[in-house]
Design a protein around this ligand. Structure first.
Ligand SMILES: Nc1ncnc2c1ncn2[C@@H]1O[C@H](COP(=O)(O)OP(=O)(O)O)[C@@H](O)[C@H]1O
Ligand SMILES: [Mg+2]
Length: 258
């Protein structure tokens, strides 16, 4: 299998408390995977391992065949340029315009002439439906637009892999759905490999082709959304059932307790 991401028996503990306890899975090139599970079960920690921001105590993370642990600082930075991130909160720099926020990774990573920077920012803003918003400040735009800007900032380096950590946190259900739809469209059009931590159950299953359920530091389920829907595993039923209990709001409330 042509795996873009391959995780082999990863263990990670903080202060001797295991958080990841033998995690293994693969994500093929171009696939969009959802990472779900209760709060505190290691989803964000796992995502940071995939991005090479944290090293496992034991086990390996391969990205495009390269073992992240064996890469030196420069090689790791070069590989990380192929990644994009939309983190929880998706924080923008408040004092910077939309242009400067989206241009930030370009200016940090590439020495491009200003005209090319502006062209690439304009392209990324068009991809998220925000053409012409360059001069706005974060305080002048809505929460949903802020998430779009964060997505544009992640897209501007034309990443091959995109990591999303709860990219719709804090949004009302309709705006959250529009952000999910936008992410799905970008993924289809641009073809990046994606991993998204999300509480938008079951909506996230409509836009992903693989679901990983992390439970107590282990992969409890790895399969398609269709396979997940017919699972009789009580942990998975609990995750899916929490959605019903949360009602129209669509967020797992009961599932948030560890
Ligand atoms: N840098 C850290 N130092 C100590 N503990 C951490 C650190 N990062 C995460 N943890 C702990 O690891 C566990 C999993 O956290 P996290 O991956 O953020 O969960 P979630 O599934 O909600 O994203 C939590 O108990 C958290 O407190
Ligand atoms: Mg998290």
């Amino acid at each position: 299998m042509d795996a873009m991401i391959r995780v082999v028996d990863v263990h990670k503990a903080f202060d001797e408390v295991p958080v990841l306890d033998g995690v293994s899975f693969s994500i093929p090139k171009g696939r969009f995977a959802a990472l779900i599970g209760r709060s505190g079960h290691g989803k964000s920690v796992l995502l940071r391992h995939l991005a090479g921001l944290v090293r496992p105590d034991r086990g390996q993370v391969f990205v495009d065949g390269e073992d992240l642990a064996h890469l030196g600082g420069r090689a790791l930075r070069r590989l990380r340029r192929r990644f994009g991130f939309v983190f929880q909160g998706g924080a923008l720099f408040d004092s910077m315009t939309v242009l400067d926020n989206v241009a930030f990774p370009l200016r940090e990573c590439l020495r491009l002439p200003e005209r090319s920077v502006r062209e690439r920012v304009a392209t990324a803003l068009a991809q998220v439906g925000l053409s012409g918003s360059e001069a706005k400040l974060p305080a002048q735009i809505s929460g949903g637009m802020g998430k779009r800007v964060a997505l544009a900032r992640a897209l501007v380096l034309e990443p091959e892999i995109l990591f999303f950590d709860e990219p719709t946190t804090g949004l009302d259900p309709i705006t959250a759905q529009s952000i999910l739809d936008l992410i799905a469209r970008c993924q289809r059009e641009l073809g990046f490999t994606g991993v998204m931590v999300s509480h938008q159950i079951p909506r996230v299953f409509d836009i992903t082709q693989q679901v990983l359920v992390l439970h107590r530091g282990q992969v409890r389920f790895d399969g398609t959304p269709e396979q997940l829907r017919v699972s009789t595993d009580e942990v998975i039923l609990g995750l899916l059932g929490a959605e019903d209990a949360a009602g129209s709001n669509g967020r797992i409330r009961n599932g948030l307790e560890t």
